[in-house]
Design a protein around this ligand. Sequence first.
Ligand code: OAD
Length: 249
Amino acid sequence: MSIDLSSLVPYFSDLRAGRPLAVLTGAGVSAESGLPTFRGAGGLWEGQRAEDLATPGAFARDPVRVWRFYEWRREKVRAARPNDAHLALARLEGVLPRMTLITQNVDGLHQAAGSRRPIELHGNILRDRCSGCGTVTAAAPTPFATLPPRCSRCSELLRPDVVWFGEVLPAASWHEAETAAEGSAVFLVAGTSSVVAPASTLGLLAARSGAHLFEINPEATPIAPLAEGVFRTSASEVLSAIATALGAR
Ligand code: OAD
C-alpha cells in the first residue's frame, strides 16, 4: 500500500536542512515485533490491573508476583527483533542533522535497530536496579523458583529498572524530552495511546511551541484533534515511507 505523505512533504526540505524533528514512540511501534501493547484487546492491562503489577505498592506487597510478570515480559523482549518502524527511525537519523527519538518503550528495540541515543522515558526492562543501594546492572535471567532476586552488594531486593505508576520519570531524560519537544519543527507521535502522563503531554507542548504535529496510529487518540495530519495505519508502513521519501537507506 502506498502512503499519502502529502501533509508532511512540505516540511521535508526544512528537516533535511537541519530543522529539528522529534519523534515520540509507544508500545504500538513494537507491536509488529510481537510485543503486546498495554491497552485494548490483547493488551497487558486487559484482565490484569496495572496497580497490581506496575506500582511501588504492588512491589512492596508481592514482589514475587511483580517479578513473575517482568520475567515473562523479559523473555518476550529477548526473543523480539526490531521491525520496519524501528529500522526506519534509525535510517532517518542517518539523513536528518537534528533528530531526537523519545520512547516510552522499555524493550531496547530502538537501540537494537541502530538508533544511537533514544531517550528512554520509562527506563529499560533489561536492566535491574537495587531498591536499596540503587546499583543498576544488566538483567540476568532469574529462575522463577529463586524470585525475587537480591542485590549482590547490599542484599536488598532488586527491581526492574523501569518507571512504575506513581513514580517520577528520570529527571534528565524528562528534561531532554521537554526541550526536544519545545524546540522541534515537526513532532511525530507514533504508536501510543497518548493517555499516560507526562509523556502524553509532549505532543501538546510541541504543538503549543509551534511544531507541526502528526499522529501515526491505526486508532484516533486524545492528541489527534491537535494534529495537523494523521496517518491511520501501522507505524512500520508510515515510518518506512517517510524514511524512503527522505532518501534514507
Ligand atoms: P498503549 O498500549 O496504551 O497504546 C498503544 C497504541 O499503539 C494504541 O493507541 C494502538 O492503537 C497503537 N498501535 C497498535 N498497533 C500499532 C501499529 N502497528 N502501529 C502504530 N500504532 C499501533 O501503549 P503506550 O501508549 O505506549 O507505562 O502506553 C504508555 C504507557 O502505559 C507505557 O509506557 C506503560 C503503560 O502502562 C508504564 O508501565 C509506566
